[in-house]
Ligand binder design. Structure first.
Ligand code: 26V
Length: 754
């Protein structure tokens, strides 16, 4: 018996072979905890606090085992005892503590911080229910709660409590700590706050609950991004609970390490992840005031300590809280916010830079830009658009504050853990240095012309497609043929991401098949997407795709060539199965609207080719791989921005002027669709596309159809050429490692450990 087996036996209280799965899972969790604890380090110098309302961490067991370097050993011990690690992994509930890219980015960053041995913790909320679980009833989305807090949870309860005053009452925020161990690196923590009084029995039907009982509901749910009026108020309370507790934690820990508050910026760097944690600025000023530091100095300290990341240019997504909300929830902050507003108005008389506007709304992003030392965008194009249009007046005021940090993904989860076959092959070809130094992936280019290697890459893809097919059948009861081309569009459902363009393209292909123009290769198009519960059009698009899927399936002439699979409840676990199996990655947002995208990077790393617009990080992918290794189409961001400025876009003109567009849109409410579709829903979507189409789907329609057709032909006609393109994509993906992103943040903004 080796030491690992010995320890597992002790933790189980019986030989591994006799332990049931639940006991084993618990033992593994405790083993990971012990080993993680051994990797904690004393913090010297500046420590990062990454404050975020979302950390979409996904399941942790295998990730932790990989990072601790004991995955293979544990699997072998279990196997010898007749146990299966994969089955234990399934026992773990996924913590879906995020909506999408923003939350997943935060989770990747924690992994990279710990891997790079940098002192940096996450701070957020311990929601009892993460993002809702998605079900389809009559092909329409239904939301149900998604519990993740099991008896055995990774987050450990502490006896650390911080008092938080809100709405005239005092609450006690309790700290829970979840260890984050890097790959061959140190252990940092994800600090999550919660209230003991939260009561899960408050939930009624679906995900609705009494929104007035603060003490009972405050951390009950992660808020889907566009909640209703009552939800918005609750969101303010959630945010304040998070930042007040965070600020107290930061001051406490810094003081313990010798900080006298005047020198806070030497002990702490605070990253404000989007505007959700922005109230940390006035809260810290308030707390520093309580420690006897004057307003002006406190403003300087906070500015030196904090930095802000912007994740979207969509105006409707930038938080602006009515003054009345804040007065009700956090009256103690209002005098400070007013003073900050006065200071901002002193610095700049342009009303576009005000914190409190004429309608008495508080612009959180404006407060961030004025009172932090760094504002960054998340991809080169996004930062450039921020500087040149959305935030141009701020850029003129503070040119030194603006900088770009192109997003990244952790290769431990998005390659090593989700695609072991490819990982092993890469190790065989270029050694394992790429695991800690992603730029080494470029060594793969040496094999660009090596047919045996190219063939092996395609074999791996085929095996991953088979695995996805098995998983789809097992978990969703859907049969897919793994020999087809797999196209995947998986991301939140939003009009700007344009799942509706994919929908119209598929209807067009349907007509082509019906007219005898067969596609070059049979294709299965996967979708994975949740729509915000109150986002009507987004839900209509889901319905239309599900119904179109029924139409195809019922028609043998079409289903031989084309299949649509809308995966239920897309989450990190599903992504880990889907991404390694993808041939064609659909990144088709309206140019200028997708700040970065990170799914695009995950697909590329796993050897899929991108079919995309020149948007977000697609632009950087295109530069890295070259035109011949990516399928770009559609309007440029400049054309789009110009069209918006001119205000002369008329969807109806496109609809009336192009017979293919008209045919596809008309089909939405045709006889075929109405067999299983809801007339009212489909009509509403149709009207939206003809009468509005705010995200300019129609001007990109023909280019999209042609480009996809080109990709299908390349795939069908010259597999070796296709494989070569895949190889180049994998080789060039190193730039998108979140290790690189974190190193950039550290070099330019945080200067950790110094
Ligand atoms: C939020 C909302 C809420 C109201 C309705 C419209 C709307 C549209 C977008 C959003 C997203 C807010 C911020 C966000 O999640 N941004 C995403 O951040 C990712 C990580 O940086 C990035 O890759 C995605 O491109 C970006 O959309």
């Amino acid at each position: 018996m080796n030491r690992l087996e010995q320890r597992l036996t002790e933790l189980c209280g019986c030989p591994v072979a006799q332990a049931d799965d639940q006991t084993l899972y618990r033992a593994l969790l405790m083993l990971v905890r012990e080993k993680s604890r051994d990797k904690c380090q004393v913090v010297h110098g500046r420590k990062l606090y990454y404050i975020s309302a979302e950390f979409l961490i996904g399941k942790l067991l295998s990730n932790n085992l990989i990072n601790l370097g004991i995955y293979d050993e544990v699997r072998a011990v279990l196997q010898n005892a007749g146990k299966d690690l994969a089955r234990l992994e399934e026992l773990e509930a996924e913590p879906s503590l995020g909506n999408g890219g923003l939350g997943r980015l935060a989770a990747c960053f924690l992994d990279s911080l710990a891997t790079l041995n940098l002192p940096g913790d996450g701070v957020g909320l311990r929601y009892h229910f993460g993002l809702f679980r998605q079900k389809f009833v009559n092909d329409r989305q239904k939301e149900t709660p998604d519990p993740w807090l099991q008896q055995e949870s990774w987050a450990e309860k502490t006896d650390i409590l911080f008092p938080v005053q809100m709405g005239g009452k005092e609450f006690a925020a309790r700290l829970y700590r979840l260890p984050v161990t890097g790959y061959e690196g140190r252990t940092n923590y994800l600090n999550l706050f919660d209230l003991d009084s939260v009561d899960e029995s408050l939930i009624n039907e679906g995900i609705s609950f009494d929104k007035t009982a603060l003490a009972q509901n405050l951390t009950l749910f992660l808020y889907p991004d566009d909640s209703d009026e009552a939800g918005r108020k609750l969101r303010v309370y959630q945010q304040y609970l998070m930042v007040s507790a965070a600020a107290q934690l930061i001051l406490c820990e810094s003081a313990e390490r010798g900080c006298c508050y005047h020198d806070l910026a030497d002990y702490a760097a605070i990253q404000i992840n989007d505007t959700h944690p922005s109230m940390v600025i006035p809260e810290l000023i308030r707390l520093l005031g309580e420690k006897g530091i004057g307003f002006d100095e406190a403003v300087q300290i906070v500015t030196d300590t904090c930095a802000y990341t912007n994740h979207t240019i969509l105006a409707e997504a930038l938080e602006k809280w009515p003054r009345a909300y804040l007065e009700e929830a956090v009256p103690q902050l209002m005098p400070i916010i007013e003073k900050l507003d006065a200071l901002a108005k002193e610095r700049c008389d342009d009303p576009a830079c005000a914190i409190i506007d004429e309608q008495d709304r508080v612009h959180m992003a404006h407060m961030d830009i004025h009172f932090t030392h760094s504002t960054n965008g998340v991809a080169a194009l996004h930062t450039q658009i921020l500087k040149s249009s959305e935030l141009a007046h701020f850029d003129r005021l503070y040119p030194e504050k603006f900088n770009n940090k192109t997003n990244g993904i952790t290769f431990r989860r998005w390659l090593m853990s989700c695609n072991p076959l490819l990982t092993d092959e890469l190790c065989r070809l270029i050694g394992d240095g790429f695991k800690k130094d992603a730029s080494q992936l470029k060594k793969l280019l040496f094999y660009k012309e090596d047919e045996a290697v190219l063939r092996r890459l395609m074999e791996i893809k085929d095996q991953n497609k088979q695995a996805l097919s098995v998983w789809m059948h097992k978990t969703q009861g859907v049969s897919v043929d793994p020999t087809r081309l797999f196209s995947i569009q998986s991301k939140r459902l939003h009009e700007y991401k344009r799942q509706q363009l994919n929908l119209l393209g598929l209807i067009h292909q349907y007509f082509e098949i019906k007219a005898g123009h067969l596609p070059p290769v049979p294709m299965t198009c996967f979708f994975g997407a949740k729509a915000a519960p109150a986002y009507t059009i987004a839900k209509d698009i889901i319905h239309a795709l599900r119904v179109l899927s029924n139409v195809f399936a019922a028609d043998p002439e079409v289903s031989r060539w084309l299949q649509i699979v809308f995966v239920e409840n897309y989450n990190v676990t599903a992504a880990e199965k889907m991404i390694p199996a993808c041939d064609l990655s659909e990144q088709i947002s309206l140019a200028s609207k997708e700040a970065s995208g990170t799914g695009n990077m995950k697909f590329m790393l796993n050897g899929a080719l991108t079919l995309g617009t020149m948007d977000g990080a697609n632009v950087e992918i295109a530069q890295l791989v070259g035109d011949e290794n990516i399928y770009i189409f559609g309007q440029s961001s400049q054309q789009v921005i110009r069209r918006y400025a001119a205000g002369d876009y008329s969807a109806r003109e496109w609809y009336e002027g192009d017979p293919n567009i008209r045919r596809a849109i008309d089909f939405l409410t045709g006889e075929q669709m109405l067999k299983t579709g809801d007339r009212e829903v489909l009509r509403r979507l149709q009207n939206e596309l003809i009468g509005k189409d705010w995200f300019q789907t129609l001007p990109d329609f023909n280019a999209y159809v042609l480009r996809r057709r080109q990709a299908m032909e390349d795939y069908a006609v010259s597999p070796m050429l296709w494989a070569k393109k895949c190889l180049v994509n994998i080789a060039q993906a190193g730039y998108f490692s979140s290790d690189r992103t974190i190193a950039d943040y550290d070099r330019d903004i945080w200067h950790l450990g110094q």
